[in-house]
Design a protein around this ligand. Sequence first.
Ligand code: 0RA
Length: 683
Amino acid sequence: MTSKKIKNKKSEIKNINNIKKINKSAYDAESITVLEGLEPVRKRPGMYIGSTSGTGLHHLIWEVVDNGIDEAMAGYATEIKVNLLASGLVEISDNGRGIPVGKHKATGVSALETVLTKLHAGGKFGEGGGYKVSGGLHGVGVSVVNALSEYLKAEVHREGRIWMQEYKRGIPQKKIKPIGTSKKTGTIITFKPDATIFTETEFSWGKILDHLRQQAYLNKGITILISDQRQGHRPKKFRFHFEGGIKSYVKTLNHNKTVKNETIFYIEKDINNSNIEVALQYNDEYNEMVLPFANNIYNAEGGTHLAGFRTALTRTLNSYARAQNILKEKEENLTGEDVREGLTSIISVKLTDPQFEGQTKGKLGNAEIKTYVEQVFNESFSNFLQEHPKGAEAIIGKCILSAQARMAARTARATILRKGALEGMTLPGKLADCSSRKPEECELYIVEGDSAGGSAKQARNRKFQAILPLRGKILNVERARLDKMLANNEIKNLVIALGTNIDDQLNLSKLRYHRVIIMTDADVDGSHIRTLLLTLFFRHFTSLIENGHLYIAQPPLYQIKKGTVAKYAYSDAEKKKIIKEFGGQSSEIEIEPEEENNEDEEDKKDLKKSIKINIQRYKGLGEMNPEQLWETTMNPEQRIMKQITIDEAARADETFDMLMGGDVLPRKHFIQTHAKTVTNLDI
Ligand code: 0RA
């Protein structure tokens, strides 16, 4: 396996010039490259793990797990376990070779102690022996984990014995010592993140599960076991093992979808010290779901691997379609867009020297990788099409349909925009317009459903607030063509109400309301509709957002009542605070969402009895009466709204591209991007 030869280059390391190579070839106590101590890590943790918030905290786990994955990918380990212990510690073990324990000449202490107390120490960085493929952006070695842990214990099973050493904030408490015998090999790292460094110290089960599941997909054959034994958490256990690797990943992503090619395309190939892996399958939907990875790191911004893949995909499908005469001589070639509709694919490359670029360092930059992916994929996918003529035909048929729709849409679009079909049309009947005709003071509330629309109509100030209820799930505008989109009544109503026309015909001076406010329920459906609307605005009303006209209303999540006094909470933290103010014990009713069950309801009842605090969770806007809705969400004096901004329309658009897929990963990225583009604003 070439991955042995692959290591993850740490850009910081390159620039440090006091590297002293001791032994390049062999992995033993001697082959460790010695650098400096851990003080810099504690001084500037962000430099090493990105942040000291939740993301940085989880990086500690990823870092240790990555080492286990490296052992597995090098053929020495098969299993990695991550246990969140009852004691609050995290225990991560692997059955690899175990960190070497012999005396390390340059430092005079054991190799284990060197690995754990010296920055960037570890044979893995040596040219000949290095193979590290995994590692997050900040994959900098277990010593960083040690530096940022108030306590860490390393146990190594090696050479017939169990070796142990403990550390506090990176400082060894005693010398390494044997504490027993063992026939196995492996490493067990147990640690507690330093609460004086991290602003968040609670690990998220969901995050751990998502990340490790993905790592298991990306490294076929390894087994990852995870358990939650923490106090106050429901005991949970998971095992991830995917013989099919990214092929299984594609299968999961297309689960519940009608697929075009039954057989999933899959290729894995080594080329010039790099490893290329691609899996793909078409479904009958319209969006593309492509997940590119380099050295097990997700590349939200794509890069050279994705570019190579896309070029080869378009070329291969066109040549096959021509060769089979499915695409006739006088017909135009399929475009990149045509061949991406309904495509689910994963591109995973492993390389020695990854260069990450872009705003979030989420883009692979190595130029040679484009050629490698193109070459490997081109050949193997051509063969696949030859060998699976039925699947090939279904795929190409779908692409041709996309091409036809694209051409029809181009014509329809030209007609619509030329005719100015949307200008001067009568306002939709569903719109409860406001009386003012001064756009500067006017607001349009886009409300989900007729019932919430009814409440909003009663709640509003009719002078300057207009209400437009939208029924049901509006069209998925992500891929919809302009003609189809405008055939959808809900969207047409919205476009007419705004008064601006759309796309390149958009004229902001005609905007009838300077505040356009999306008001949806705080549930899954509500957030879906909000997402759809945001997509619509991002794609077709970009300058409306750029000029700060788009907002999201923030209805409260809870009403907390004590006697006749009612307060509203817009977050769980605020709920806690209010309960405390009311003299209640907030911890008593803290419920983990996944553990919300009857027991908790009982707890709540108990609480109500003892301190007479009544907590109502608002699931929908309809649960509020008009007065409450006005008071909490619509009254400009009191309401909280979020203004939507776009720093970079292009990037938002890219994000939305991936968003509509059913996968959690792009969705998660959306939420992060979204959090950045949404700024809190009290109006
Ligand atoms: C340095 C050298 C060798 C293995 C490791 C580090 C190693 C580190 C970790 C961290 C967690 N699990 C790990 N497993 C191994 C090579 C050892 C040899 O040559 O026997």
